[in-house]
Write a protein of this length. Sequence first.
Length: 121
Amino acid sequence: MKKYCILATLVLSGYIANAQTSIKLEEVKDHIGDSVRVCGKVEGGRFLESASNTPTLINVGAAFPNQLLTVVIMGEHRSQFTGKPENDWTGKNICVTGKIVLYKEKPQIVISKAEQVTITP
């Protein structure tokens, strides 16, 4: 019986630790430092092949430089995603899960796994 209680506690703890707060795209700036799930339309992106860490930048909510959120995929994780996200995701709605951080006063979420993104046409 004790084993089952310990197992149940571990499973519940893992679930709670991975739980994400869903927020509206317009609320991103109010949740810096929080792990969230946020959805919005991709308005464009770029693969910075010659930049340090070769990031892919996905603009959500508006085109650069007015995007509400930037989704960042570092070059070392790009192979985790099929196709070319900067092209394939444009015009589609995505939901992203991750921690919001500021970079040059703009909110961004850095993702490293395809499971962090859900894409809808």
